[in-house]
Design a protein around this ligand. Structure first.
Ligand SMILES: Nc1ncnc2c1ncn2[C@@H]1O[C@H](COP(=O)(O)OP(=O)(O)OP(=O)(O)O)[C@@H](O)[C@H]1O
Ligand SMILES: [Mg+2]
Length: 537
């Protein structure tokens, strides 16, 4: 047994001597072979002992015949010996689903090797783990199944991550139709666009169709196509996030409103650009907003007509003056014409005055009709000074009627604003009437009211209506702009509430501040034209 060190001493050159020589040579060779075998066994043992994969050999009846330290570690045992001693029924003790082992045994019985099967195992402490196992059957010369052997890797972390990913993907997929939100990815250089199921539904496209920029434009409302093309071009060039709203005109003829947001993701290594984003169908919200605007516009109209009703007395009084003057001038002219030598010069002057007075009266009536008419709100570029001048003839009457002196101080060259002339005039009238009413009880100082316009910040225009009236009770200040809040016996409490909603719909603000001495100033700002963005309007 391995004693290769001894040598036969060769004493003679005869036959025995030759035999002894041959024997010695044989011993040397054997020694070399055994040495080689030992080294190779050591090599393999090293791999077996130190491998990161679990290696196993199991019997048909469910015992572990051999296992390496990694195998024991994966299953939570201290040593392979402990594993081999503890597990006597692999199917029941290790497999979470024993029928999986039955299936594997059946395959081994047929001589089939199994590659990369994922199974769930119990560890020694009962904890469940996922393993990836590969194995093959080993048979004896007569074809008798001896045992199976193979590898095991712990893939629990990968499985959990997959599970997590699957679950969150499932949640996203389920949530998208609920929120009417689809997602998309756009790989710019290749032009590849990815759509989620919900995005396909929103665009009314077949799941089999390939999303492209052309397809998106085709589905876009014709009036919004240029805008969408512009957004896409900008995104491509500027490589920045985008956020826009536009309409779709779908194959079934319906119009839907979309809100699209996307983040630009730039791959640092390759410099490639990808957008990831969401498309929300905001049609219902848009329709509700439109209905609300419609209602607000109708309310504003009713309130405007009511206000005009209040102004009627003073306007009638005011227009009575030119009418009376017209009558007087006409009578005087008639008398002069009946004289034997009529002074035609005087008659011409009187007729000129008649024409001017008739224009004055006609102008006021024209303005009242404009304010009273029921028109849909419409936006146009406006000079706020012009808007103010337009209402002065009407409110001047009211001011005079209540012995209030009205001053108008307009800044030169204001930026234009985008707005509805009639609605903005309504706001000014509301503020002026409030001011006149706040001045009514004042007897100890001049009843003064000032309307001012000026540029506010770089890109805003401000209008202020300042009165020297009774001022605002601080305890009520917070409620001024509430609907139906009034301190006046005949008041409806709608003036400020309607005015604020008009200004806010124009993208501006309306607020009040107490004056240092007496009374209150109401201010409103509107964005200047150069800053008004109008994606949809
Ligand atoms: N310039 C002002 N000075 C003092 N108080 C004011 C002034 N403007 C408004 N207020 C207070 O705010 C309240 C609400 O004003 P708002 O214009 O909304 O309603 P109203 O004038 O009472 O009624 P209406 O609907 O006819 O305008 C007023 O009742 C008044 O108490
Ligand atoms: Mg009012």
């Amino acid at each position: 047994e391995g004693h290769f060190e001894g040598k036969v001493t060769v004493r003679a050159r005869d036959e025995i001597g030759a035999l002894a020589n041959a024997f010695n040579v044989m011993t040397d060779r054997l020694k070399a072979t055994v040495e080689g075998l030992r080294r190779s066994e050591e090599n393999y043992r090293g791999i077996y002992e130190n491998a990161l994969e679990g290696m196993w050999r199991v019997s048909r009846d469910g015992r572990v015949l051999s296992a390496n330290p990694a195998m024991a570690r994966v299953l939570g045992y201290a040593t392979p010996e402990e594993l081999m001693a503890s597990v006597t029924d692999i199917g029941r003790q290790l497999y979470v689903r024993p029928q999986e082992r039955d299936a594997l045994l059946l395959a081994y019985g047929r001589g089939t090797a199994i590659e990369g099967r994922e199974c769930e195992f119990y560890r020694k402490d009962g904890q469940r783990i996922w393993v990836l196992t590969s194995g093959r059957p080993v048979h004896d010369d007569s074809g008798q199944f001896l045992f199976a052997e193979g590898f095991v890797t712990d893939i629990t972390r990968r499985k959990r991550a997959e599970e997590e990913l699957r679950r969150s993907a499932a949640y996203v997929t389920a949530a998208q139709p609920l929120s009417r939100t689809g997602s998309f990815g756009w790989h710019v250089s290749s032009g590849t666009i990815y759509w989620s199921d919900e995005t396909f539904r929103i665009f009314q496209c077949d799941r089999a169709s390939v999303p492209t920029v052309e397809l998106i434009l085709e589905r876009t409302h014709p009036q919004d196509r240029a805008f969408v093309q512009h957004v896409i071009d900008q995104a491509r060039q500027k490589r920045t996030d985008f956020d826009c709203e536009h309409r779709l005109l779908l194959p079934d003829g319906s119009v839907r409103y979309l809100h699209v947001v996307a983040d630009a993701l730039e791959k640092t290594e390759s410099g490639e650009l990808e957008f990831v984003g969401a498309v929300m169908d905001v049609t219902e919200r848009k329709r509700a907003e439109e209905a609300l605007h419609q209602t607000q516009a109708e309310l504003a109209h009713v309130s405007r007509v009511t206000t005009l009703g209040e102004l009627v007395a003073s306007i009638a009084h005011e227009t009575n003056q030119p009418l009376a003057a017209i009558v007087a001038d006409a009578n005087a002219s008639l008398n002069r014409l009946m004289a034997s030598t009529p002074d035609l010069e005087e008659v011409r002057d009187a007729l000129g005055a008649i024409v001017a007075d008739a224009h004055r009266a006609g102008d006021v009536i024209h303005r009242i009709r404009q304010l009273a008419r029921k028109t849909d709100p419409c936006r146009a570029p406006l000079d706020l000074n012009d808007v103010i001048r337009g209402v002065v003839p009407l409110i001047l009457a009211e001011a005079r009627h209540h012995q209030v002196s009205l001053r108008v101080e307009l800044a030169a060259a204001l930026p234009h604003v985008l707005g509805d002339r009639v609605q903005l005039q309504q706001v000014i009238i509301n503020l002026v009437i409030n001011g006149v009413e706040a001045l009514a009880p004042v007897t100890d100082r001049p009843r003064e009211l000032v309307i001012r316009s000026r540029a506010h910040t770089d890109d805003e225009v401000l209008v202020a209506v300042e009165d020297a009236g009774v001022g605002i009770d601080v305890t009520k200040a917070a409620r001024l702009f509430d609907a139906f809040f009034t301190t006046k016996p005949g008041g409806m409490g709608m003036g400020l509430s309607i005015s604020r909603s008009i200004i806010e719909r124009h993208g501006g603000r309306l607020w009040a501040t107490p004056n240092p001495t007496h009374g209150t100033t109401f201010h409103f700002t509107l964005p200047g034209m150069n800053t008004t963005s109008s994606a949809l309007s």
